[in-house]
Design a protein around this ligand. Sequence first.
Ligand code: NAP
Length: 464
Amino acid sequence: MSEQLGTQQRPLRVAIIGAGPSGFYAAGALQGKLKESGLHTSIDMFDKLIAPHGLVRYGVAPDHQKIKSVSKVYDLTANDANFRYFGNVEFGKDLTHAEMREMYDAIIYAVGAQSDRNLGVPGENLPNSFSATEFVAWYNSHPEYANFNPDLSVSSAVVVGVGNVAMDVARILAKSVEELKVSDIADHALADLANSNIKDVYILSRRGPAQVKFTPVEIKEFGELAVAEPVILPQEMQIDEVSAKLADADGEMRRNLVTMNAFAARHSEGKERRVHFRFLLSPVEILADADGKISGVKCEINKLVPNDDQSDMKAVGTGQFETIPAGLVMRSVGYKGSPLAGVPYDKRSGTIPNKEGRVTADGGVTVSGEYVVGWAKRGPSGVIGTNKPDSVATVVSLVADVGALTPATNPSRDAVVALLQSRNVRFVTQAEWKKIDAAELAAGKAQSRPRVKLVSPDDMLKVL
Ligand code: NAP
């Protein structure tokens, strides 16, 4: 006879893989079900890194501290008696998919989108051509990128793409060390950026100003920088009729255009750095000089044509070219997921295939007891808060399925601890993370910074 899951005697055992925003929102939503419907849960959250909070810690820009305050909400979730954190535990390596299935009634994948998209152009693999993902991880103290060391001795940098990530990386390149040192930027990045020679940052959009992906607050910041000013060519602000109509119906786009038009109308203040927003340019080759160093980005000039239903505009090459000077090239053209051992994966979209958060295998068949949230579910879109309703929706699916789930064969809370200990996996608990957190905050206080992040796992473990 199968046991009833979700009772006080036999809580629903849920493993959440990934301790980023989507994982925490899923945990919070599950905890909320106790009050709502009397469902008892026991949640174990795993992350391959020691520190939790995923993109809030390692993605959100260090000079955007307000966004990071959401981690207080995650701490409330983590403080629940029926929640345990296991940092420094890698799914697929320290614990296999089959073992997890034995110990948990349900698994929620909250693994985000860890890798990046390529441009697919010649020269992309030259030294000092890299992805924004790597640069972000480097300046945010991600342990795997501490030695990334981009060459900032060059005078000109190109950022490809006009999403919010492109805004983040361009702003970090454009800010003075005084502006950066009040943040929790990695010390190694602060030291390198203090010696940066970069004077011109070119942000390249393959479409026009009415098709940008960034949000109004992000573009506005470029008008408020201490040592850098925005540059937009007035002729590139000419917008065709269809684009104007589409932009008019979109409040954020209207605000973006107001800001960009103001930038285009500005006279230079003679600041030492410039951030150029360039439109209708698609990189076709990253060029190198005789020493193999990047010298520029050859771009095809595009024009815009409406797509079939006139709902958007697409870029079409004109056969004419322009070369933008560059010694560093950063592509910021979107993230993509990476497959997990034993878990279905859709290569094309870079996500875990699912229906309403229920993982599906080939042919669309639901994999009982497995769920997905966040970027791994819907792709890399939306801000941190977008993950809340998304995770709630998956939890609604999970809760609807509880009666039909196959109970775990080894649901004891001790099982996972014993297994990890037998493998000498030094997992980090929530209480231990809070000690590391306190050490970082204290180091920050001493320097009048929000925190000084510990980078290497060894340094973090030393605190314990
Ligand atoms: P994104 O918003 O999807 O932007 C990707 C950009 O890359 C677009 O401008 C896109 O142009 C361009 N692109 C794609 N393929 C290209 C190609 N082959 N050649 C040239 N350009 C290409 O992605 P993201 O910036 O990585 O951001 C991911 C998500 O995180 C977004 O939802 C973003 O808002 C969010 N985020 C938010 C914040 C914040 O709230 N402050 C900060 C960072 C990230 P097309 O439009 O023409 O495809």
